[in-house]
Design a protein around this ligand. Structure first.
Ligand SMILES: *Cc1c(COP(=O)(O)O)cnc(C)c1O
Length: 209
């Protein structure tokens, strides 16, 4: 098991004042999945020193906005997105700042579903390689969302082996972001370094619009 596990509080659908409350409780890492919601929230919370993690499916036309506030982009699932994000962060690279942390996201479904995000397992290493080579970006590790309504343990075991393969070429990519409210114990059992928790901290969300 990793020495410490980072709790990323996922605040989607909840207002900026809840982010503020969470930081008063000691939370530093906050996750959001839609730029339209995250950008104004990050703006409202600019004084809090929050480390914003972007965890949702990311369209290339949003990368410029996300690059403004994200401390980590966890949902990198295709090479085209890597290139767009790298261009959007090139100014940061010129300033000799550390690159934007990125996680390569892999999908663990039985049948690949493009609507759910995440690279196909066979493409994960190519995505990770692209991040590692991209100016302005740093490959920090791997992320996945386990499919719903199945035993998460075999999925997280699979995820761990995929992450191990990525680390053969990229030993610095040590983060494993896995585990949400309903499967966090299983994720930790299989080596999660970051768990992304919404409902267990903030309560149920209204149904998706
Ligand atoms: C919403 C979300 C979470 C948090 O899910 P909970 O069930 O509320 O804990 C974690 N990861 C991603 C990618 C999400 O979209």
């Amino acid at each position: 098991m990793p020495e410490a596990i980072t709790l990323v509080a996922v605040t989607k659908t909840f207002p900026a004042r809840d982010v503020r409350l969470l930081t008063e409780l000691g939370i530093r890492d906050v996750g959001e999945n839609r730029d339209q919601e995250a950008a104004p929230k990050a703006d409202d919370c600019a004084d809090l020193g929050v480390r914003w993690h972007f965890v949702g499916q990311l369209q290339t036309n949003k990368v410029r906005s996300v690059a403004q506030y994200a401390w980590c982009v966890q949902s990198i699932d295709r090479v085209k997105l890597v290139h767009a994000l790298s261009r959007a962060t090139s100014r940061r690279a010129d300033d000799h700042q550390p690159g934007l942390r990125c996680l390569a996201q892999v999908q663990l479904d039985d049948d690949y579903d493009a609507r759910r995000g995440g690279a196909r397992p066979a493409e994960l290493r190519a995505v990770a390689d692209a991040v590692a080579e991209a100016p302005g970006l740093e490959l920090a590790g791997v992320m996945a969302v386990a499919p719903v309504d199945v035993d998460p343990r075999p999925r997280f075991e699979w995820l761990r082996s995929l992450a191990d393969q990525v680390r053969v070429d990229h030993p610095q990519a040590r983060w494993l972001s896995a585990g949400m409210t309903h499967d966090l114990e299983a994720a930790i059992e299989f080596g999660a370094t970051h768990v992304r928790i919404g409902r267990a901290l903030l309560g149920e969300r209204p149904p998706l619009r």
